[in-house]
Design a protein around this ligand. Structure first.
Ligand SMILES: NC(=O)c1ccc[n+]([C@@H]2O[C@H](COP(=O)([O-])OP(=O)(O)OC[C@H]3O[C@@H](n4cnc5c(N)ncnc54)[C@H](OP(=O)(O)O)[C@@H]3O)[C@@H](O)[C@H]2O)c1
Length: 305
């Protein structure tokens, strides 16, 4: 039976096992995941991560079991990057419990945030996050929505020097903060910047994404689905056939592959609480990404919907 690359990937994903192609090449469930390098270190991370602003649930099994299944599937499919924040209600504690339960801390790249002002408050909040996440160190610590950045960066740099933070960054999801973020990016040495970028909201491509590339900062993309709103906007429209040319068979993959095909982006962190969404979205980390001409075609198609 002849198998296209897309069908092959889907089969590999659903079985999670190693499958051999006719030519003798062999791909395990995670080996074909696309990775990009963090510019400040060269460390490569998978291009699709997990956003957890909806992981702030209670302690009941009913609330936690679906999240445990989604997190486990994410890891099985080669995902490592997880983004959370103290302000996502109980998300850090829920993740700490689930990660410990699954025994996967060492496999993950855990990112959280600080939203305090004043050095002591920043340090205190980070100490609490270590406890909630049941970890000795953060892979990435970000200033949340620019809050208190002047006080936060010196504390974060001290923790980095002590080995308790590996990378430092800053986040926004609001175009009204772009001008301030641009100024910060121009004079602060940061490993990461996290921002919103989607077919619906492309402003970050005007100045921030090129600046991140110039300054050697990794870009973590949030809200590639506009918080889920874009699925309502596309409604029942089918994904165009030509999207198959870049191994894309769903709207979620279309949106993620658009964000991830900008040359400055490093990783996208779609929010996903359902296993079926994890399986769909992790396919966006496989196969080919659209080229510049295909990106223009995607924009024109989306604008005409
Ligand atoms: N300023 C900041 O620092 C900032 C701001 C916003 C977000 N963030 C981070 O970025 C992450 C992503 O943002 P977000 O979660 O607000 O928005 P998003 O990723 O644009 O959208 C998430 C929504 O899309 C749904 N979804 C996911 N995969 C899907 C699929 N394959 N098909 C259909 N629906 C799908 C999710 O449903 P289910 O949950 O049901 O799976 C959820 O309702 C957050 O979780 C957070 O970690 C950071």
């Amino acid at each position: 039976m002849s198998v296209t690359r897309r069908e092959f990937n889907k089969t590999a994903l659903l079985t999670g096992g190693a499958i051999a192609l006719g030519g003798g090449s062999s791909l395990a469930g995670t080996e074909d995941v696309l990775r990009r390098a963090i510019p400040s270190s060269g460390e490569e991370i998978p291009i699709v991560g997990l956003g957890t602003n909806r992981y702030g649930v209670d302690t009941s099994d009913a609330a936690r079991a679906p999240l445990r299944a989604a997190l486990n599937r994410f890891r099985e499919l080669g995902g490592t990057v997880i983004d959370t924040a103290p302000s996502y209600r109980t998300s850090e504690s829920v993740l700490g419990d689930l990660i410990a339960d699954l025994g996967i801390r060492d496999d993950l790249f855990v990112a959280t945030k600080s939203d305090q002002s004043g050095g002591d408050a920043v340090a205190g909040q980070m100490q609490e996050s270590l406890g909630k996440l049941k970890t000795k160190s953060f892979d990435l610590m970000q200033v949340h929505n620019l809050r208190g950045w002047q006080d936060a960066f010196p504390v974060m740099r001290k923790w980095k020097a002590e080995g308790r933070i590996r990378y430092i960054g800053i986040t926004t999801s609001n175009a009204q903060q772009y001008a301030d973020l641009e100024k910060i990016m121009q004079h602060e040495d940061l490993d990461f910047v996290q921002l919103n970028y989607s077919l619906e909201q492309r402003e970050a491509a005007e100045r921030l994404l090129p600046l991140a590339a110039d300054r050697g900062m990794a870009v973590m993309v949030n809200r590639a689905f506009g918080g889920g709103r874009i699925f309502d906007a596309v409604g029942d429209s089918p994904v165009p056939d030509w999207a198959g040319e870049f191994d894309c068979s769903s709207w979620a993959q279309f949106l993620l592959k658009y964000a991830l095909s900008h040359p400055a982006t490093t990783v996208a962190i779609p929010g996903m609480t359902k296993t079926k969404h994890v399986e769909d979205n992790m396919m966006a980390a496989r196969g080919r990404l659209p080229d510049a001409e295909e990106r223009r075609q995607m924009e024109a198609f989306y604008d005409a919907l």
